[in-house]
Structures are given as structure tokens and as C-alpha cells.
Design a protein around this ligand. Structure first.
Ligand SMILES: Cc1cc2nc3c(=O)[nH]c(=O)nc-3n(C[C@H](O)[C@H](O)[C@H](O)COP(=O)(O)OP(=O)(O)OC[C@H]3O[C@@H](n4cnc5c(N)ncnc54)[C@H](O)[C@@H]3O)c2cc1C
Ligand code: FES
Length: 344
């Protein structure tokens, strides 16, 4: 079935059962998206012509009124007929070639009690070109996938660095912590996503919750490597000191780099000296009275992302300069568990 994008005029085909977003990614068109689970709203577009349907029902990020008004979520919508959709957001992020590749686990290191660092080696004849902040999918059986951000910037691309948080009863992360060994062979697909450092002149605010630090590390290292002359402030929120697994490196970096400020934030250590106390979003206003003119990058658990985005709006950030990656669970998990509460 054919899909036409307006105003660019680009066209691509979707296979039966394939979402409009997956078809675009397969065609090398990096359309705006984040969670791919119908929950973040990043892939919102407007249906100009044709008919779509949602096999799993109307997604969480689309109200009935919005659907009636013509909005569609490309990550969930399937075409019933040839369609034309308008992508209102100006696409600032270049298209990159998305590859499906084998990747060997070269190194594993426990970074924090529930965070494993994985370093993946790709075949030497298949280099991966990505933009700092993007993520990859690790492919499981039956076409299911699990998303993880690349924590290293492209200039240091010998191995792919991932920071994997163990989730409650999560299938893949359980495997990482309990049975994976160095040498394990995985299949990955990527690079994916629009959460990348944009051109600009204003100061940059990075806010990460837990392993939401991973894509911010890539952005930060890239900004330093390429000599970006903009002040960068990182707020990194976690529960305890152990969870801030690169705290010492960041504190030293802040001493060495005059344009970089690091604010570690702990929610469960009220007496920790030299740390902000509370949640990441609460630590911003006491240090930055206004975010007018800032570019804001937020990554981490959905509730944290929502809180920081809300605070950024309250502090005057331009909504079109607030970028986020919401670490939603995988589409198959969300579909399987449905409306039931997922354990953390
Ligand atoms: C763009 C993006 C980037 C991301 N980057 C990172 C990253 O860099 N690092 C990182 O750590 N995470 C990241 N994530 C989140 C990561 O993808 C998920 O944590 C991961 O998919 C979990 O996989 P899993 O197989 O272990 O868990 P799943 O099996 O998918 O389970 C997820 C959760 O659901 C619960 N659950 C499953 N079944 C049930 C059930 N029947 N009833 C109740 N609860 C249930 C599990 O206990 C678990 O807590 C990212 C997500 C996105 C969308
Ligand atoms: S709702 Fe489609 S990418 Fe998040």
C-alpha cells in the first residue's frame, strides 16, 4: 500500500500489517518518533487522504477527539487504503541508513546494582553511522524488539556502548543479568530516533533519569569533541549515589570543562552532601530561573520525562526546542499487558 508524505512529496510502500512508521524507517525515512508504542505522541501526523486502522485499538496518546479531527499516530496506524499524511513537524534530523546487523557482546560490566554496561562489536565490514543520542533495537524472537540508547558518540564508535537497566520481570534485561555472557551474539537494528543534538546557539540543558543518562552522555561527549561553544548543564537524577554510576567522571569533567555544569540529583538520600535532593525536575528552577533560549534534552522513565518537560514549559522553554526520549516499554509488552499496571 502506498504512503505519501506531505509537504515533502516523498512516497513509500507499507507491507500488509506494517505500521506507517515502520514502513518509513524501512525505506530509510527517519520520521519523528520515540516510543513506537503509541504512548509518547512523537509520531503524530495528520491524515489527509485514505483510511487507517489500529489493530490494537486507539493508542493511548491519541484521544477520540484528536482521531476524529484527523490526527494519526504513525507507529500504530496501518493503512487500509493508499494514504497521504502531513508531518507538521519540520524534519531537522537527517535520514540515516538503518541497518540490521549481528552484534557480539564484547564486554559486560556492572555499572550500578541494576545497570549493566554492554559493549557490542559489529562486523568490521559493516560500520554503523549514527547521530549522538540515537538508539538501536535489539531483536528478539518473533520480530519483537527492545530499544536501548547508544551511550557513546560516533567519533568513538569502535564498540557500541549500552547502559541496560534491569526491569522488574523484563524478559530481555533478565537475560542480560542472569544468563548473558561475553561472546553472546545478538541481532540489532538501527540507528533509530530523532533524539539528537540540534544546531543552535543557546545554552543546552540535559536532564536524565537513571539510564536516561545514556543518550545524554553521547550528546555531551559529542559536544565536547566537536568544540560546541554553548554552555551545557546536565541534571542527572537517580535514587541513590550508587545509581549515579559515572558521577566521579562527570564531576571531574565539570572541573576541566568551563562550559559544562553537572548537577547530580538524588531522590532517596536526603542527607547526601554535594547533591541536589529530590527529583530532577525540582532541581532545575533553583539553579536556572528561566529556560528561555535554552535547548532542552530529556531522557528516562516516562514519568520523569513528563515532569521535566512540564517544568521546562513553566520556566519559559520554547516547546519546539524541547526534545525527549521517553523510555517506554516495548510495543509487544504494552500490547500484551494492555491496561494492566506493569511492574517496574
Ligand atoms: C527510545 C528508547 C530508548 C531506550 N533506551 C534505554 C536505555 O538506554 N537503557 C535502558 O535501560 N532502557 C532503555 N529503554 C527502555 C527499554 O527499552 C526497556 O526497559 C526494555 O525494553 C525492557 O525490556 P525487557 O524485555 O527486559 O522487559 P519486558 O519484558 O518488555 O517487560 C517490561 C516491564 O513490564 C513488566 N511486565 C512484563 N509482563 C508483565 C505482566 N504480565 N504483568 C505486569 N508486568 C509485566 C516487567 O516486569 C518489566 O518491568 C529505552 C526505551 C526506548 C523507547
Ligand atoms: S506514540 Fe508513536 S512513537 Fe511514541
Amino acid at each position: 500500500m502506498q504512503v505519501k508524505l506531505v509537504p515533502s512529496g516523498e512516497q513509500y510502500e507499507v507491507e500488509p500489517g506494517e505500521s506507517l512508521l515502520d514502513g518509513a524507517l524501512r525505506a530509510g525515512l527517519n520520521l519523528p518518533h520515540s516510543c513506537k508504542g503509541g504512548r509518547c505522541g512523537s509520531c503524530r501526523a495528520r491524515l489527509l487522504r485514505g483510511e487507517v486502522h489500529y489493530p490494537r485499538g486507539r493508542p493511548a496518546a491519541l484521544t477520540e477527539a484528536e482521531e476524529l479531527g484527523g490526527d494519526v499516530l504513525l507507529c500504530q496506524a496501518r493503512a487500509r487504503t493508499p494514504v497521504a499524511v502531513e508531518i507538521r513537524e519540520v524534519r531537522e534530523v537527517p535520514d540515516v541508513q538503518i541497518k540490521s546487523l549481528p552484534a557480539r557482546v564484547q564486554r559486560m560490566r556492572l555499572l550500578a546494582p541494576n545497570v549493566m554496561g554492554l559493549w557490542l562489536k559489529l562486523p568490521s565490514i559493516e560500520p554503523l553511522h549514527w547521530l549522538p543520542g540515537q538508539y538501536i533495537d535489539i531483536m528478539l524472537s518473533g520480530g519483537r524488539r527492545r530499544s536501548f540508547s547508544l551511550a557513546n558518540p560516533p567519533h568513538d564508535g569502535g564498540l557500541l556502548e549500552l547502559h541496560v537497566r534491569r526491569t522488574g520481570r523484563g524478559e530481555f534485561t533478565k537475560q542480560v543479568f542472569e544468563s548473558m555472557t561475553e561472546g553472546t551474539l545478538l541481532r540489532i537494528e538501527g540507528p533509530l530516533g530523532q533524539f539528537v543534538l540540534r544546531e543552535g546557539t543557546g545554552p543546552i540543558l540535559l536532564a536524565g533519569g537513571g539510564t536516561g543518562y545514556a543518550p545524554l552522555k553521547a550528546i555531551l561527549r559529542h559536544a565536547i569533541e566537536t568544540g560546541v561553544k554553548r554552555p551545557v548543564t546536565l541534571f542527572w537524577g537517580a535514587r541513590t549515589r550508587d545509581d549515579l554510576y559515572e558521577d566521579a567522571w562527570l564531576a571531574k569533567l565539570a572541573l576541566d570543562q568551563p562550559l559544562f555544569t553537572y548537577v547530580p540529583v538524588l531522590s532517596e538520600e536526603p542527607d547526601a552532601r554535594d547533591y541536589a535532593v529530590g527529583f530532577a525536575h525540582e532541581a532545575i528552577a533553583p539553579r536556572l530561573a528561566s529556560l528561555a533560549g535554552y535547548d532542552v534534552y530529556v531522557a528516562g522513565p516516562p514519568a520523569m520525562v513528563e515532569a521535566v518537560c512540564g517544568e521546562a514549559a513553566r520556566l519559559g522553554a520554547d516547546p519546539s526546542r524541547v526534545f525527549f526520549d521517553s523510555f517506554e516499554y516495548a510495543p509487544d509488552t504494552i500490547a500484551r499487558v494492555g491496561g494492566a499496571k506493569l511492574d517496574d
